[in-house]
Design a binder for this molecule. Structure first.
Ligand code: CA2
Length: 146
């Protein structure tokens, strides 16, 4: 089983600023840990981080036939992007939406997701540990264990 782990704009800056919201781990730390979890689960993972909405759409389109599922933290595009929503519909790849912070406890403009209605599940507020929880949950879903 192959899972794509996609991160959107500014998530390449994780661990460098706003640690009170996003923690102290860098994206490289998160990806290294997810690689270990994937090994434990017996799945393959691939990692993508893009700052542009169109670049993310292209990465999602490229998942068709290659990935069995995806995790995405689309950053600020999570609140606005019909294009990313549509791309997942087009490729028909099941995905879990992940947020490090609890978006529902933040500014009003962050309390809505354009992606959530197409997602298998949404995890928000567990810090970077949410990626691990989401990976475990997605694999369990895809193997009919959840
Ligand atoms: O909580 C999340 O994971 C977010 O998706 C993170 C996005 C934000 O726009 C969403 O509303 C919620 C922002 C990611 C920016 O990450 C930074 C990390 C360190 C320093 C600066 C930005």
């Amino acid at each position: 089983m192959r899972i794509a782990i996609l991160n959107g704009p500014n998530l390449n800056l994780l661990g460098t600023r706003e640690p009170e919201i996003y923690g102290r781990e860098t994206l490289a730390d998160v990806e290294r840990h997810l690689g270990d979890v994937a090994g434990e689960l017996g799945v393959e993972v691939e990692f993508v981080q893009r700052n542009g909405e169109g670049e993310l759409v292209e990465c999602i389109q490229a998942l068709r036939g290659r990935a069995d599922g995806a995790l995405i933290n689309a950053g600020a595009y999570s609140h606005t992007s019909l294009a990313i929503h549509d791309a997942f519909r087009a490729v028909d790849v099941p995905f879990v939406e992940v947020h490090i912070s609890n978006i529902f406890a933040r500014e009003p403009e962050r309390r809505h997701s354009t992606l959530a209605s197409g997602a298998l599940a949404l995890l928000s507020g567990f810090g970077t540990y949410g990626y691990e929880l989401a990976l475990r949950g997605l694999v369990a879903k895809l193997t009919s264990r959840a």
